[in-house]
Design a protein around this ligand. Sequence first.
Ligand SMILES: [Cu+2]
Length: 158
Amino acid sequence: MLTRRNFVFSMTALSGVGSVALACPAPVSTEDQHSILMLNADCGDPNTVNVFEPAILRINVGDSVTFIPTDAGHNSASKRGMIPEGAEPWNGAVDEALTVRFTVPGIYGHICVPHYEWGMVGLIVAGEEWPNVEQVKKVRHPGTARKVFRTLLKELEA
Ligand SMILES: [Cu+2]
């Protein structure tokens, strides 16, 4: 399990090594348990701030995902209109880990409430059938979230 202490340690260990990219811990995944890190900056691109890592996560129906508060100030909440019919919405507390199990196939859009309009959003895709894909595309978003969701959906369908 990833802890804040591990993360701080790895940051410290790498400081002074020159221009190494941000020391981002890899999200831990087992067969049916996955994690999404909530970060202040993208690991590969420090200019992209406030991100879910990974931004797109594909899982099997029935798998669980834990949102991990690697950096402070973030949460994950399902976006209204962007989860399949019959699925349970979620709204995690800022700075707290939250585990959600995905029992309904489809696409799930989620947002960080404090950074939604700045584009801190992501997609979780459960299973190979996406009954709600057209519905998901119709949802409107403020600011940068619009562009990021559009990019993620394009990536997903590519
Ligand atoms: Cu955030």
